[in-house]
Design a protein around this ligand. Structure first.
Ligand SMILES: [Zn+2]
Ligand SMILES: [Zn+2]
Length: 198
């Protein structure tokens, strides 16, 4: 795998700016891959790797950049927990590690770069050099992944009996004997604007 500096450069380019989240995300992903025995995430190991992220913030872009996993490839899942954590799974060995960014690291960054006055810049610099155990907590975990959440062709495509939209990957729901989409089941996040006549 490339060095930390090289990976940070790439993720910063993709993300659009350098930020603490890029440093945290790159270090988290590198540590995660190492712990599940993945050496070439974009090469020979690419089909063995699966990542679940628990937040949709800066670090998630860095994790995507380092691991090569993405929503579009279905090798990354986003769980909207609002926690700066991610779980790295080796699909072959079933090894998985959940890594959480420690809130205390914000405070600890003062000890590493006391000469930097700006708090944000201080964190940015400190997160590069802080030992992993001061940045993260690590949990060995097991993860049950459903077949319909895995990469590859959709296992199923069905048509919503209410709105007619096609639903892939077993996301349909059963409602009083009918098969409908999640939107029709009450999770619709948009409201169609009625076309008023003249
Ligand atoms: Zn950012
Ligand atoms: Zn529907």
């Amino acid at each position: 795998m490339e060095s930390f500096e090289e990976l940070l450069e790439v993720s910063t380019r993709i993300h659009g700016h350098i930020c603490a989240g890029q440093v945290i995300g790159v270090r988290m992903a590198m540590a995660g891959l190492e712990r599940i025995g993945i050496a070439e995430p974009k090469g020979r190991d690419r089909k063995k790797l699966y990542v679940l992220v628990e937040i949709d913030r800066c670090a998630t872009d860095a994790i995507q950049s380092v691991t090569g996993c993405s929503l579009g490839k279905r090798s990354m899942r986003w769980l909207d927990f609002g926690i700066m954590a991610a779980t790295f799974v080796n699909l072959e060995t079933k090894q998985a590690v959940r890594i959480t960014a420690l809130e205390e690291s914000r405070e600890r960054s003062k000890h590493y770069c006391p000469e930097i006055e700006n708090k944000y810049q201080q964190q940015l610099a400190a997160y590069r050099v802080m030992p992993l155990e001061e940045l993260f907590s690590f949990q060995e975990v097991t993860v049950q992944l459903a077949d319909c959440d895995m990469p590859g062709r959709p296992l199923r495509r069905v048509r919503c009996e209410q709105c007619g939209d096609w639903v892939q990957d077993c996301r349909e729901v059963s409602d009083q004997g009918r098969t409908i989409c999640r939107a029709c089941a009450g999770a619709r996040y948009y409201q169609p604007i009625e076309q008023q006549e003249g």
